[in-house]
Write a protein that binds this ligand. Sequence first.
Ligand code: NAG
Ligand code: NAG
Ligand code: NAG
Ligand code: NAG
Length: 201
Amino acid sequence: MKLASSIIALIFPFAACVSSTCVKMPVMGYEIEAQKPIIPAINHGGPPAECGDPRTTLPFLRAWNAKLKDHLYTTNQTEMNNSITSLGYTDQGTTGYIFPTQELSTVPLYRLYQLCQYDHFYTVDKDEADAAVNKYGYTAEGIAGYVYPPWQNSSCGGVPLYRLYSVVTVDHLYTTSEKERDSASKNNYTLEGVAAYIFPF
Ligand SMILES: *[C@@H]1O[C@H](CO)[C@@H](O)[C@H](O)[C@H]1NC(C)=O
Ligand SMILES: *[C@@H]1O[C@H](CO)[C@@H](O)[C@H](O)[C@H]1NC(C)=O
Ligand SMILES: *[C@@H]1O[C@H](CO)[C@@H](O)[C@H](O)[C@H]1NC(C)=O
Ligand SMILES: *[C@@H]1O[C@H](CO)[C@@H](O)[C@H](O)[C@H]1NC(C)=O
């Protein structure tokens, strides 16, 4: 399904795009993370029970398509391989580790795709995911994995996964690297905040 839509996008870049919904998402602010309640700890046994067992995580693989100006993130090695061999993406290694199933203290990381402007977008905020579909022409592509939410902080051992967005190229960039965050911020990307806490690579 994901792959199919990517292939359609390459073969029929405009046919599949409904222009009325092909609207650029604006830059979002830090308020995304500030308005959410803190998830209460479910028990007090300490990690890993309260936080999920890091050994069950998978690499959150990252690829970049220079032609489409799109960063793709997935835990699915087959999808990553296909993207590299057939869809023009370049392997960019691993962003960090996320859970393939829901663990205590984690929330779904929703994955969306905008076919008109080739943008993969990831958010833990269901309202924001719905708005991307209803207002900006994104298609919901399910759940990329499970992560500690941005409003929870690093108490489970995760590090911030920074979220940046370039309205120039319509590309969402996610990185745990402060160095990359800062250099991208100087190159048309705006830092939108912390998308999640994930385990470092
Ligand atoms: C992906 O490609 C790598 C390198 O070619 C290979 O080692 C691996 O087995 C492939 N994995 C899958 C799931 O296709
Ligand atoms: C991984 O991706 C492949 C190719 O897109 C797909 O056929 C497969 O169902 C995916 N696996 C999972 C676990 O999502
Ligand atoms: C992180 O969150 C936990 C649980 O909500 C809380 O006990 C802890 O004080 C917080 N730590 C920081 C540094 O905010
Ligand atoms: C970033 O923006 C500047 C000024 O708008 C432009 O000259 C430059 O080409 C842009 N860089 C990229 C990578 O799009």
